[in-house]
Design a protein. Structure first.
Lengths: 373, 624
């Protein structure tokens, strides 16, 4: 059995206006404590949780957040070392760090390589200052290129940037600039996400008040088609709905999610998928730590998937990928329904597999709803 | 005290007609009729003060809440005249107070010799009161004009006394002044009823003839029939016969209401009371019919009997399709008590299975619907009401259309629609506004009269279809609530009418078709296509929405294809949430109706067809 690890780092310097992730500023959690103390304590807890994970060779580890690059490389390295010692790392194990372009230095990056990281993903979001301002991001767009180059120099084999489109006030021209600038960087991978306004965020409040207006779905769709075409033109091939890469630079960790492999999520709020069961940890870092140090389970809740749910998930996840799904996955009735979408050029049949076209990817959820029962 | 105890009062079956006075109260809904009736019950001491409650005679919740009387009542009130000291029996016959029930009102009036015309002296007479007054005058009833609510600070008794005097041809000082609230003037009113209203006349030895003026289904006792004996005598255990059907029944119980039912030895000439035969359906005991003796039947029915005729039709559909059998059962039950209600099963591609129901008018429709929902716990959607059209084809074939979807496709020669003669009373400052509205609604002005210095009566012929379509709301809002409306049938007239179909992707949707005047077809088409464009979500293909008369397209809208329906992010922690969201969205999809390939949410049908209240209700149900 192989087992991927996700390690959640629930800390940020500040919370961005659109973000509803499970993250906190260190001072929110421990008044007066230095970042080093918080980090060290937290990693101790993570390592304790690791004891509960099953054994099995590890093909990928992904440090997400939050802002993992906020923590000292050596703390993150302790986790990698522990997993390596306990489970063993598969050949070419992909170890990813999510990083804020502002929070890295040449030395830090070098140290990340030394402790085992080989892939880095920068939250670039946009090349436009006015878009970043609406997103409440602190980084200077100029810093992205610097950080990417430093990461390359430090020895990262795979470098990715995350982009966000559909921010209030962002025009299609703005987005075209952002994608073009991203493609000029020395990177191997791009993720591009439509902005989702989550309830309870500062952004949601601004929209509700009428201070900001969300772009309509047509503009969002145009933006998606634009990033897809620009990426393909620059040698980045789509391999999942929101992800494009140069050959051999697909994110193996995320592919594990989409192929329904097994993984263990370490940290508060992290989800795991083991043996047909999904479970997730308590959300708050303090509760998480208290439970671990008093010997209790950190699992907040779980679900054992029924065969129907497993089938739905397989279609829901598989349809998002370039490899698509084998025709044999579908019933005759489902294929009939898919035939309608094929007639409207939303999907194609390639080598016995159902694969979405760019316009089809934009309505993937609708297609899944229609064919799953 | 002028009250007489019930035990000592003249008894039913042996009361001399000379001691009887039968009267009704004609009043607009909020002019205080029920309060005055309560006061009469108190003063005559037929209701013990301990048992008194407001609006004593209104039995149904809906009657109390809306302040209207749906079913009539007849109460026997013993009274000693303060003028001649004689003992009398006053039968107060309550009348329904709405335009939809004109026929029922006319039968109640036919059971009386006199009427109290009750007018709120802060508001003046209203159109429906005027219409009922005219009915009473046609029935040769003695009218006693009464100004109510004289205790109100804004009462204008002089002004409205002049108005009433002018209407009925009396002197302003002949108008009595009462306050139902304080009881002022009520004794005097009872005395005047005795003095002014003639005693009933009839032949005690002739074959029995009794007029049915109401018929009520009671779940314990079956149908209770309210009657006024004209000639002869009705006794318990007697075999009786319904004149219109010839059907024979046994009078199991005969009695009077005072104000609770009390069995009696019978009912004699001029008396008012009830009888129970054990039938279970009011259609076997119809308002206006004549009851006679089976052994010694009359040859001459009382005049004025009519079959109830539905004027307005609407589809009623259960919100939850599984409630269809329950709806059928509820309608069956309601019909036991409502001879005017007709219905037949209907199926709509959009709304599923339901019933096409015929009503006397809009209020009747609302009441039926409300009773179905309230008393039978159903959640209903009703389609926009329409009238009955008579269509003659070029080949001479005639088609009766109660549902736009039945409108024939071939060559139509003539379409006839029902016309009503309407009367509008309003302050004269609104004359222009009202004429404008009636003009828009294809009205033909018949005449106008000032009923007082600043109040005017305007008469129009209007197509009933126009009234059914929010006319009353418009009239009220354009006259700040001051205008009142009454109308009566006036037969059919030819109209330049066409059927407008609404097509989704080229396919006509029956539920959205409408029969409208040719001049308004375009406006309807634009309105409905525009509404649907807002209501139908984008599909994965473009959906043209068209309005057409036959094959000619008169309006067009289009819903562009949906371009984005996907969540961009789907990582480990998102999977459960996303799957659950899909499942939830699938539940929503089940509530979609397929029209060809187009998914139309039920909400769209409701919003396009139904009233605002329906829309709110559907929204609320969806949140559960």
């Amino acid at each position: 059995m192989s087992l991927s690890f996700y390690v959640h780092i629930p800390y940020c310097i500040k919370r961005c206006g659109y973000c509803d992730f499970n993250t906190y500023t260190p001072s929110e959690l421990q008044v007066g404590a230095t970042l080093e103390i918080v980090s060290n304590d937290y990693i101790d807890a993570v390592l304790k949780e690791l004891d509960a994970a099953p054994l099995g060779l590890v093909p990928t580890i992904f440090f997400g957040g939050g802002t993992p690059s906020l923590l000292p490389a050596d703390d993150l390295g302790r986790v990698i070392a522990a997993i390596k010692e306990r489970n063993g790392l598969a050949d070419g194990c992909e170890i990813t760090l999510e990083a804020n372009p502002d929070s890295v230095t040449a030395e830090k990056l070098k140290r990340y390589i030394e402790v085992g990281f080989n892939r880095i993903s920068f939250g670039m979001q946009s090349a436009k200052a006015h878009v970043l301002a609406v997103l409440d991001r602190t980084h200077n767009p100029e810093n992205v290129k610097k950080s990417v180059d430093m990461a390359r120099a430090a020895g990262f084999k795979s470098i990715s940037v995350d982009l966000i489109y559909g921010t209030p006030g962002e025009s299609i021209d703005d987005w075209c600039d952002t994608v073009t600038k991203a493609l000029e960087l020395d990177i191997d991978h791009i993720s591009a996400y439509a902005l989702i306004v989550e309830t309870g965020t500062k952004l949601a409040a601004q929209i509700k008040r009428g201070d900001l207006t969300m772009p309509n779905d047509d503009l969002m769709a145009d933006m998606y088609l634009l990033v897809d075409q620009l990426c393909e033109a620059h040698g980045f091939t789509w391999y999942e709905l929101s992800n494009w890469s140069k050959p051999q630079h697909e994110c193996a960790h995320n592919i594990a999610y989409w192929r329904n492999k097994e993984w263990w999520g370490l940290g508060p709020g992290a989800h795991s998928h083991i043996d047909g069961k999904r479970f997730w940890n308590v959300k708050h870092p303090t509760a998480y730590k208290q439970r671990l140090f008093s010997g209790e389970s950190v699992v907040a809740d779980s679900e054992t998937l029924t065969q129907i749910e497993i089938d739905v998930e397989r279609i829901m996840l598989g349809i998002r990928m370039r490899e698509g799904l084998e025709i044999s996955t579908f019933s005759t009735q489902q294929m009939e329904l898919l035939g309608g979408y094929q007639d409207d050029s939303y999907l194609e049949l390639l080598n016995g597999r159902v694969v979405l076209t760019p316009t089809g990817r934009l309505i993937a959820d609708r297609i899944v709803r229609e064919i799953t029962i | 005290m002028p009250a007489i105890s019930l035990a000592k009062a003249p008894q039913p079956a042996s009361t001399d007609p000379a001691q009887i006075r039968n009267f009704c109260i004609i009043a607009h809904i909020d002019h205080g009729k029920s309060t005055l009736a309560d006061r009469m019950l108190g003063i005559t001491e037929v209701v013990d003060p301990r048992n008194m409650r407001a609006q004593y005679l209104d039995r149904m919740d809906i009657e109390r809440e809306r302040g209207i009387t749906i079913k009539s009542q007849a109460v026997r009130l013993p009274w000693r005249s303060g003028i001649d000291g004689g003992e009398y029996i006053l039968n107060m016959i309550d009348t329904p107070g709405h335009v939809d029930f004109t026929y029922e009102v006319s039968r109640s009036l036919a059971a009386c010799e006199g009427a109290v015309l009750l007018v709120d002296c802060a508001q003046g007479i209203e159109a429906q009161t005027l219409a009922n007054l005219y009915l009473a005058m046609e029935n040769n009833l003695t009218i006693i004009p009464v100004l109510n609510k004289i205790d109100l600070p804004n009462a204008q008794p002089e002004k409205f006394a002049a108005e009433l005097a002018k209407l009925i041809g009396c002197e302003p000082e002949d108008c009595l002044r009462v306050s139902g609230k304080t009881g002022d003037g009520v004794k005097e009113l009872l005395d005047q009823i005795v003095k002014q209203i003639p005693a009933p006349k009839g032949d005690a030895n002739a074959p029995a003839r009794a007029l049915i003026f109401d018929s009520v289904y009671d779940s314990y006792r079956g149908v209770v029939t309210y009657v006024r004996v004209i000639d002869g005598h009705l006794s318990p255990r007697e075999q009786i016969q319904m004149f219109s059907t010839g059907v024979r029944h046994e009078a199991l119980e005969v009695g009077v209401i005072s104000p609770e039912p009390v069995a009696s030895k019978g009912l004699g000439v001029g008396e008012v009371g009830y009888l129970i035969t054990g039938v279970k359906d009011v259609r076997q005991s119809r308002v206006g019919d004549t009851i006679t003796s089976y052994a010694n039947p009359t040859k001459h029915a009382l005049a004025g009997y009519k079959d109830p005729k539905p004027m307005v039709f609407s589809g009623l559909f259960p919100l939850d399709g599984a409630d269809f059998p329950a709806l059928r059962e509820a309608l069956d039950k309601l019909q036991l008590n409502d001879a005017a209600l007709v219905y037949e099963p209907e199926s709509s591609a959009a709304l599923g299975f339901g019933f096409r129901c015929g009503f006397l008018g809009l209020l009747h429709m609302e009441i039926v619907r409300e009773r179905l929902e309230r008393e039978h716990n159903l959640n209903l959607i009703s389609t926009a009401p329409n009238v009955v059209y008579n269509v003659t084809m070029e080949d001479g074939k005639e088609v009766r259309v109660t549902n736009p979807s039945e409108f024939p496709d071939g060559k139509v020669a003539v379409v006839k629609e029902p016309i009503v003669k309407s009367t509008i009373l309003a302050p004269s400052e609104f004359i222009g506004t009202i004429m404008e509205l009636c003009q828009e609604r294809r009205g033909i002005l018949l005449g106008m009269d000032y009923i007082s210095e600043d109040r005017v009566e305007i008469r129009y012929d209007l197509p009933l279809a126009e009234i059914v379509f929010d006319f009353f709301d418009q009239l009220k809002s354009r006259t700040k609530g001051y205008a009142s409306l009454d109308y009566e049938e006036k037969g059919d007239a030819e109209g330049n009418l066409v059927k407008v179909d609404i097509l989704l992707q080229g396919e006509a949707v029956d539920a959205f078709s409408a029969i409208v005047h040719r001049d308004k077809a375009y406006a309807y088409g634009v309105m409905m296509t525009g509404k649907l464009r807002q209501l139908i979500p984008r599909q994965q293909f473009e959906v043209p929405i068209q309005a057409a008369i036959g094959s000619r397209i008169i309006a067009r809208e289009s819903i562009s294809a949906i371009r984005k329906d996907v969540l961009a992010k789907c990582y480990g922690g998102d999977i459960s949430r996303k799957r659950k969201l899909l499942e939830k969205q699938k539940e929503g999809k089940k509530r979609m109706k397929m029209v060809g390939r187009v998914e139309v949410p039920q909400e769209a049908f409701v919003a396009a067809l139904a009233t605002d209240a329906d829309i709110e209700k559907v929204k609320a149900a969806r949140k559960l």
